[in-house]
Design a protein around this ligand. Sequence first.
Ligand SMILES: *Cc1c(COP(=O)(O)O)cnc(C)c1O
Length: 399
Amino acid sequence: MKASVNQRLQGELDQFRRDGVYKVLNYLDSPQDARVRMEGRGEIIILSSNNYLGLSAVPEVIEAGKQALDRYGAGTASVRFICGTFTIHRELEAALAGFVGTEASLSYVSCWNANEGLSATLLGPDDIVISDELNHASIIDSIRLAKSISKCRSVVYKHSDMSDLQEKLQSARDARTRVVFTDGIFSMEGDVAKLADILELARKHDAIVTVDDSHATGVLGATGRGTAEHAGVTGEVDIITSTLGKALGGAAGGFTASSEALCDYLTQRSRPQLFSNALPCTVAGSALAAVRYLEQHPERVTQLHESARYFRGRLTELGFKPLEGDTPIVPVILGETAKAIQMSNMLLDEGVFVTGFGYPVVPKGQARVRCQISAAHTRDDLDEALAAFQKAGKKLGLI
Ligand SMILES: *Cc1c(COP(=O)(O)O)cnc(C)c1O
């Protein structure tokens, strides 16, 4: 690399360090689970993973990946439409569609790709996306890409603000297709989209609704089918995108679930489908086993919700003020970024890993530690983590 470029990057990296936003990577040396071996630190309780149901360490899920490796080999070595579609993709896609309640689904190597492949393919110059202001970066980038590739329009509505959404829908009445795009669970706040209201408004204004359910698949609803199940509107959402990299085994991969027509159209035209390899079969095998496991073990979802309620309640009793909500994402607002980082470091010294988030990931003055509960956590794990919170919170004068 040219020295001047390295120098520029090094200068910026130094600034990240001075600003306290430089990310130090933590290496795990064990499966993702309630407790992990983190390099140089022994055993740590993880309160920051997206492994909401603990499925990434379930023997059936691991075994299914191994079997797929033996049966289909190490790689797909092709994009889907040439010769990269394997029987396991079809099985997985049928299972996912059945699970989330749509006619069909199409897998991608990530939900990032699923989102990126969706907007630019579905929308044209006469269409508009109406997007929640707190939507995930992959939705925002998907819309940016669609605006540049297919010249669609976009507008942002205030977070979960239904009267603003209504206004935006009204002012978009000249568009051919109106798409409301929202996260199911918003990952930084841990709150849930007002999906029933969004659907009602969308129907009234002849719009379609896309929900990115990445944090909600396997998590929300009595049997983990996501935000639609939680809101009592299963089968009514036009398009669901989601990840296989969180509750459903946690490996990687994503999917778009919708009508046969849309999934077929994406197969024909979506650029990540056409120009990037198919989902690895090992990952498809594990994800399929994760869906099957979840269908047979809805009690994992119940356990997750019970643990999240317990943790939130005990934190509040200790004097912390976690954001209210009924998801396993439990953010504790601490104010300044430095405080969130300090809290996170002190918790790690006590054997508990919780990430601190500051500006620009969250607004200034709202830095936080974000806890994520998993069905893998036992009551002992949670109590040990709570004891660490109490100790660190007292030291920092927070409680
Ligand atoms: C995590 C997440 C993604 C990215 O998922 P990948 O499959 O890892 O690309 C996309 N959207 C939302 C809302 C997410 O939370």
